[in-house]
Design a protein around this ligand. Structure first.
Ligand code: SAM
Length: 252
């Protein structure tokens, strides 16, 4: 079914927002003003979509688990997407394991406002509904959360786009995030036409360059749990005393 015209128009429109240094381009949740790390990027069409919308890739670090040599074999558009990203000033890195990012030289030097993983998946080595497969996906996502949380700037966010139907809800990604002290603060319906040119890829197996159904998928947004600074808060009894004192002095 063709998407409603209004939604497509909204999707393709890149919002402009005035910032201190002039116009900052936005695409959906992302802007040129944010330092963005994309992990597990399939054929790099998602990162390319962002950079194209921003008119620059200077704020982007786009990464893949696979080497460049493999990517060129796996995806028909990987080479052109990577070339275009580099031309726009993006940093493109390969062989980046999202579960072990701290040890990567580039990441060791950087902290990010947004870390994005679209459709994390541990590979098609069995039926998606089996506990073994569900557990291997969960293990991947949990390790990615742990690794990514150490690369976030204060107030930074991790965005995971994920299918929500059976058996994907069994991954319990909110629970996995909580193991790394991350809390979900927003869950937004994912509409791929928000990202012109983006094509979700299976990413492994013989049909790695093919897409897969993503109806009903959502972008889950996480940030670090905020600890209440108990030493800074006024105990209730003291607060009541202050209010009483204020009432007495104002009536005197
Ligand atoms: C279903 S594909 C989605 C690809 C891409 N994000 C997209 O939206 O088209 C799953 C991706 O997860 C990546 N992946 C799996 N394990 C990973 C890991 N440990 N670190 C980084 N990426 C990983 C795969 O290389 C594959 O590209």
């Amino acid at each position: 079914m063709a998407p409603p015209v209004l939604e497509v128009a909204q999707a393709i429109a890149v919002e402009g927002k005035k910032g201190a240094k002039g116009e900052v381009k936005w695409l959906k949740h992302y802007s040129l003003a944010q330092s963005i790390l994309v992990v597990g990027d399939g054929d790099f069409s998602f990162s390319r979509s962002l950079a194209t919308a921003f008119g620059s890739g200077e704020n982007l670090v786009a990464t893949s688990l696979d080497s460049y040599g493999y990517l060129r074999i796996m995806y028909s558009h990987a080479e052109s997407n990577v070339t275009s990203l580099k031309k726009m000033g993006a940093t493109v890195l390969h062989d980046v394991d999202a579960t072990e990012m701290k040890s990567h030289a580039h990441h060791a030097l950087n902290r990010f406002d947004r870390i994005v993983f679209n459709f994390p998946h541990a590979g098609f080595t069995g039926r998606e509904t089996t506990s073994n497969m569900v557990n291997s996906h969960k293990k991947l996502v949990m390790a990615c959360f742990r690794s990514a949380s150490s690369l976030l700037r204060p107030d930074g966010e991790i965005h995971v786009t994920h299918r929500t139907g059976h058996p994907y809800y069994r991954w319990e990604i909110e629970q996995l995030a909580s193991e790394s002290a991350l809390v979900m603060f927003e869950k937004d319906f994912f509409w791929k036409y928000d990202y012109p040119g983006y094509n979700q890829k299976r990413g492994s197996g013989l049909r790695c360059d093919k897409d897969f159904p993503i109806d009903g998928s959502c972008t889950f947004k996480f940030r670090m749990e905020r600890k209440v600074d108990e030493s800074a808060s006024i105990p209730l009894a003291a607060a009541l005393d202050l209010m009483k004192l204020e009432a007495v002095t104002s009536s005197a």
